[in-house]
Design a protein around this ligand. Structure first.
Ligand code: NDP
Length: 393
C-alpha cells in the first residue's frame, strides 16, 4: 500500500494524478494539495475513494511538514512551481520522506535555473537515508535518461550532446505557453548558455538558430537556449565535451514574445499599479490561456530527443534517440496536451521506480544517475515510446 502526496494540481500535476490512477497496485492512495482547492476537487471527482485533497501554500515549509505528518505519504511528488522546491524539500527532510520534482529551484526575483541550491541538500538527504529525485519530467528528465542509456548501450565515450525539443503542434491561440507561462517566459528570455570543453559559453537570448530535420515532423528552425539539464549532464556524463539545448518556436510566438518584452510585460521585478505592487510577468500569466486548457483543440506532434556523437570500438558514431507524442492522443487519454503529458508520465514513472525500490540511492540525485534501463522500459509501457536512429560514422 503506497500513498503519494502530490503537490500542484495544474497542467502537468493533473497528468501525474491520472497516470497514477491507472496503476492502483502501485499508487493505492493519493492526497492532492494545491493552492486552488477547486482544481484538486476536479481530480478527486475522478476517484473519490482513492483521492483526498486539501488547500496548501507550499511556500511555507511548516505547513507542508504538517500536511506530510497528517497524511504519512511514502513519497512527495512536487508538481507545483520551481519556487516551492526548497520549502518542500526541507519539509520532506524534516518529516523523513522521499521527494521528486520535474524542475530545479528558482528564486522568485532572479531567473537562474541552476541546481546549486538543491545540490546543497545532498549530504543531509544522504545522512537521513532519503532520496530527492531531481528532474523527473521530459526535459529535464527523459532527455537525461536518454543520455545515460546512450552511454550504457551505444557508446564508449560521448563527445557531443544536442538536446532537440520540437513542438510542431498548433493550439489555435495567437499566443499561449505550453507550461506555466511565468516559468516558460523566464526560461526563454534569459541569456543562452551551453557547455563546451569544461566551460560555459554565453550567448544573447535566442541569437543562434539551426535547421533540424525532425522525424515525423519535418524540418524546423530551433534556437539555442540554456536549459537546466545541461548543468547536471555536464557533471554526470563523464568525458562529454559539448552539451547544447535547442528549442523550436514559431515566428508568431517569437513576434508576440518580442512585443511583450519591448513593452515590459515580461519583467519579473515589482512595479506599482494603482498603489499596489505587481510583477508584470505574473499579471501576464493571469491573462494568458492556462496550459491545462489547451488540450482540446491542440493538433500535431512533439518530437523531443538527443542527438549524440561519440565513439564506439574506436569508430565515430552518431545516434538520435527520441520520442514522438501526439497532442490529440494525449487529450483522448487524459484530457491534456502533449507538453503536460510528456512531463507527467515521467514523473509517475520516477515515482513508481522509487516506490518499488528499483531505484534506491540516498541524496539529491539527478535522474541520469540511476540505472536508465528500467525507466526506458517503463516509457515504452506507459505512453512515451522511444526510437533510435543510428547514423554510423
Ligand atoms: P501550472 O501552473 O499549470 O501548475 C502549477 C500548479 O502549482 C498550479 O496548480 C498552482 O496553483 C500550484 N501552485 C503554485 N504555487 C503554489 C504554492 N505556493 N502552493 C501550492 N500550490 C502552488 O504549471 P505546469 O503544470 O505547467 O508546471 C508544473 C511544474 O512542471 C513546473 O515546475 C514546471 O516548471 C514543470 N515542468 C517541467 C517540464 C519538464 O519537462 N521537466 C515541462 C513542463 C513543466 P494555482 O492553480 O492556484 O495557480
Amino acid at each position: 500500500m503506497n500513498k503519494i502526496l502530490l503537490i500542484g494540481a495544474g497542467a502537468a500535476g493533473s497528468v501525474v494524478a491520472k497516470k497514477c490512477l491507472q496503476l492502483p497496485d502501485i499508487f493505492s492512495r493519493l492526497h492532492i494539495a494545491s493552492r486552488t482547492l477547486s482544481k484538486c476537487r476536479k481530480l478527486q471527482d475522478l476517484s473519490p475513494h482513492t483521492i483526498s485533497i486539501s488547500q496548501l501554500d507550499a511556500d511555507c515549509t511548516d505547513t507542508v511538514y504538517d500536511l506530510i505528518k497528517e497524511q504519512s505519504p511514502n513519497l512527495v511528488i512536487n508538481m507545483a512551481l520551481p519556487y516551492q522546491d526548497i520549502s518542500i524539500m526541507k519539509a520532506c527532510l524534516k518529516a523523513g520522506v522521499n521527494y521528486l520534482d520535474t524542475a530545479n529551484y528558482e528564486p522568485k526575483d532572479e531567473a537562474k535555473f541552476c541546481y546549486k541550491w538543491q545540490w546543497d541538500f545532498h549530504e543531509k538527504f544522504k545522512e537521513a537515508g532519503l532520496t530527492a529525485l531531481l528532474g523527473s519530467g521530459f526535459d529535464p528528465g527523459v532527455t537525461n535518461v536518454f543520455c545515460a542509456y546512450a552511454q550504457k548501450e551505444y557508446f564508449d565515450t560521448i563527445e557531443t550532446i544536442d538536446i532537440l525539443d520540437c513542438n510542431a503542434g498548433d493550439h489555435g491561440h495567437p499566443f499561449a505557453t505550453n507550461f506555466n507561462p511565468e516559468i516558460n517566459i523566464r526560461e526563454i528570455t534569459q541569456r543562452g548558455k551551453y557547455w563546451d570543453n569544461g566551460k560555459w559559453i554565453e550567448t544573447d537570448p535566442l541569437s543562434q538558430s539551426r535547421l533540424f530535420d525532425f522525424p515525423e515532423v519535418g524540418e524546423k528552425k530551433a534556437y539555442l537556449m540554456y536549459h537546466e539539464e545541461i548543468e547536471s549532464l555536464a557533471k554526470n556524463i563523464k568525458g562529454v565535451e559539448t552539451i547544447r539545448f535547442w528549442m523550436t518556436f514559431s515566428e508568431e510566438y517569437l513576434t508576440h514574445l518580442k512585443v511583450l518584452q519591448n513593452v515590459g510585460m515580461t519583467r519579473i521585478d515589482t512595479v506599482k499599479f494603482n498603489g499596489q505592487d505587481i510583477v508584470p510577468l505574473q499579471f501576464l500569466k493571469e491573462v494568458l490561456p492556462e496550459p491545462s486548457s489547451l488540450g482540446e483543440n491542440y493538433q500535431g506532434k512533439t518530437c523531443i530527443g538527443c542527438l549524440i556523437k561519440g565513439k564506439k570500438d574506436g569508430q565515430d558514431k552518431t545516434i538520435f534517440i527520441y520520442n514522438i507524442c501526439d497532442h490529440q492522443d494525449c487529450y483522448k487519454e487524459v484530457q491534456s496536451q502533449a507538453v503536460s503529458y510528456t512531463t507527467g508520465v515521467p514523473a509517475m514513472i520516477g515515482a513508481k521506480l522509487l516506490l518499488e525500490g528499483t531505484w534506491n540511492k540516498p541524496g539529491t540525485i539527478n535522474i541520469e544517475e540511476f540505472d536508465p534501463t528500467p525507466f526506458m522500459d517503463a516509457l515504452n509501457k506507459y505512453g512515451l515510446p522511444w526510437k533510435v536512429i543510428e547514423y554510423g560514422s
